[in-house]
Design a protein around this ligand. Sequence first.
Ligand code: AMP
Ligand code: MG
Length: 399
Amino acid sequence: MITVAEADRIIVEALPHYSTEKRSLKDAYGAILRQQICADRPQPPFDRVTMDGIAIRSLTYCDGVRSFSIEGVQRAGEPAKQLTQSNACLEAMTGAVMPDGADCVIKVEDIEISDGVAHVQDGLSLSPGHFVHKMGTDACAGDTVLEAGTVLTPPRVAVAAAFGAHEVRVATPPSVAIVSTGDELVEADEKPLPHQIRLSNVYAIEAGLRMRGFSNVDRHHLPDDRDRIQDVMAGLLERMDMVLLTGGVSMGKFDYVPETLRALNVEERFHKVAQRPGKPLWFGIAPGNKPVFGLPGNPVSAMVCFRRYVLHHVNQAMGLKNKPDTASLAEAVSFTPKMAYFMPVSLAADGSGRQIATPLRTNTSGDFGTLGLSDAIMELPADKTEFPAGYVAPVYRWD
Ligand code: AMP
Ligand code: MG
């Protein structure tokens, strides 16, 4: 049986390099950005008013003036107007350009307007730039605002849009067939008989892929029937770039996946990793350099192996630069088997911003209700059995 590190190395060496494509920003959410995005103009692009109120010269207020005649209105979306009199003001709206001749804004709550004059409260501490977001203070033109190799999360989509990157170069995700096997399994919308259970793994796997922008994903369910598995798999290996199987990779009498894959000339690269959960993990390469993962059927094992190996390595091969986070254990953990332990944890930040991982214990590796409460899985190495509170290890987040 190989170690987690050996499994990692074998997968990394075998995975193809995925290509890139231009995509409209509106379809790029969740994708891995493969270009740098630079500011095409300063941010903000002008001195921007940040409060509805009046724009004045701060010195005039400091000299004791409290009433300012209103010369006009500076609306958002118009070029800068000119404040002509030093003891006057322009009404200014949030998002407007700061009028020329004014240097600060007094918010609407601190003024009263009557007969075209704004009366301002005493005791305000005003200085130039008050309620003004100065041009170029967030970014200068030419600054890198998004690095290649990051996931396009909603805030990053906003950054790309703000700098005019309406088309972006992203990694092209492989097309993926997700195949569940097992006579006992029925779809989530079917009413199971007492001896049946609903499919869950494949829904989780599909969700995990779609979250990262994989759009060409389809699902198939197969009974534990050698010929049928072989037939369907032959077609899928032809059509799709990658196949993820769940179930049928253990030592049961009807676990036909490894032998079927061999019959289809899928070259086995490893079967079984010294880890819990997920020991039966199978990995191979089909003709045409197509990765095939045989994930264990057990729901916790399937999800852990999917997150830790499939999503992690395929995303890296697609150009994702982020390394897994680390977190420190909230309490001591002991795990005596000489294998890596993937432990569900909930994460929280402590006062200094460090991530703290609280173990969530599962009763068996089939307890996926607990996994539903977790934020991540923590990887505890095989060469130790005792992990004191404060021990730092990698965490693979679900989001
Ligand atoms: P297997 O690896 O085929 O021996 O399956 C191990 C356990 O996982 C069995 O209890 C199966 O019923 C369950 N299982 C297999 N595939 C799935 C699936 N797609 N969704 C939920 N449970 C599954
Ligand atoms: Mg099975």
